[in-house]
Write a protein that binds this ligand. Structure first.
Ligand SMILES: Nc1ncnc2c1ncn2[C@@H]1O[C@H](COP(=O)(O)OP(=O)(O)OP(=O)(O)O)[C@@H](O)[C@H]1O
Ligand SMILES: Nc1nc(=O)c2ncn([C@H]3C[C@H](O)[C@@H](CO)O3)c2[nH]1
Length: 275
């Protein structure tokens, strides 16, 4: 069997893990983008390209299978009763479930992103932690859109924003972003990929919903006209990558994208933004 060439390494692998005087630096970056634009695919590619990168995935499996914890000693997953698929409930009846969804999606993102970094990553020089979406897209893209559509009422939106601001001010420094990579593609292209992926909960998604989410991404990350409420977010460095083209089978295109990410990470370190 012919071996496929590995993509170029994004960052040099750990050369000084054994050196007790060495102080590795960790950079936290979020990948943002519309539904099915290719965030997981791209994150996987980054992870495969370097030993110095780990991805914190969006906790979608949790949303699809809400489990009741009985707080007993035996908290193994088999002991937890499934109580529903919140992702499906939100798509089927957004009036009823949007507030519940937004509170759980945000809470579960914070929980996932606060988990301690692996020892391997901590001991690796110039390491990168990649968050698949963030608490900011939870609010400024999705929850805000649910409010615009009338699926969150004024009271729910006010309450959401109140606790969101409070939580980010409490925990934000532990999950603060040094940069954002925005994967950009047309709503039509995203719809095509949703249909190709065929996730059952997403079967009714229409192009206008994707257009609304696209416009919010553009206002937030490209035009920067969206009002954000956290100082560190206002000037966060941004890399915008065009994802309209298919790169899954094209090593040359993959390497070009990796090079752009590598330069971006390098600029964040020069900027002194790494932790
Ligand atoms: N550049 C690309 N060209 C063609 N197909 C792609 C590309 N990137 C991803 N895909 C395909 O599009 C579908 C969605 O990709 P992926 O699951 O990575 O999207 P995502 O942005 O992580 O989705 P979500 O918003 O639901 O988290 C998958 O079937 C994947 O194989
Ligand atoms: N309403 C809503 N709020 C969110 O914060 C949010 N984050 C992700 N999603 C949807 C998009 C994909 O279908 C699926 C996986 O990304 O989950 C969300 N939907």
């Amino acid at each position: 069997m012919g071996s496929r060439p590995r993509p170029k390494r994004l960052c040099p692998a750990a050369a000084s893990v054994q050196n007790p005087l060495h102080t590795p630096r960790l950079t936290r970056v979020a990948i943002e983008g519309n539904i099915a634009v290719g965030k997981s695919t791209f994150a996987k590619m980054l992870e495969m390209s370097t030993a110095a990168c780990e991805v914190v995935h969006e906790p979608i499996a949790k949303w699809q299978n809400i489990r009741a914890s009985n707080h007993s000693e035996d908290s193994s997953s088999s002991a937890l009763k499934s109580t529903g698929n919140l992702l499906q409930m939100m798509y089927e009846d957004p009036h009823r479930w949007s507030y519940t969804f937004q509170s759980y999606s945000c809470m579960s993102r914070i929980e996932a992103q606060l988990k301690p970094v692996s020892a391997r990553l901590l001991n690796t020089e110039n390491s990168v932690q990649i968050f698949e979406r963030s608490v900011y897209s939870d609010r400024y893209i999705f929850a805000s859109n649910m409010y615009d559509l009338g699926y969150l009422n004024e009271t729910e939106w006010t309450i959401y924003q109140d606790w969101h601001t409070y939580l980010i001010n409490q925990f934000g420094n532990r999950i603060a972003l040094e940069g954002i990579i925005y994967l950009q593609a047309s709503p039509e292209k995203c719809l095509e990929r949703i249909q190709q992926r065929a996730r059952v909960e997403e079967k009714e998604i229409q192009v206008n919903y994707l257009q609304q989410l696209h416009d919010k991404h553009e206002d937030w990350l490209v035009k920067r006209t969206m009002e954000v409420h956290f100082d560190h977010l206002k000037n966060v460095p941004m890399l915008v990558l065009d994802m309209n083209e298919d790169f899954e089978e094209d090593k040359l295109k993959q390497n070009k994208l990796l090079e752009q990410v590598k330069n971006f990470m390098h600029s964040l370190r020069l900027d002194g933004r790494s932790l």
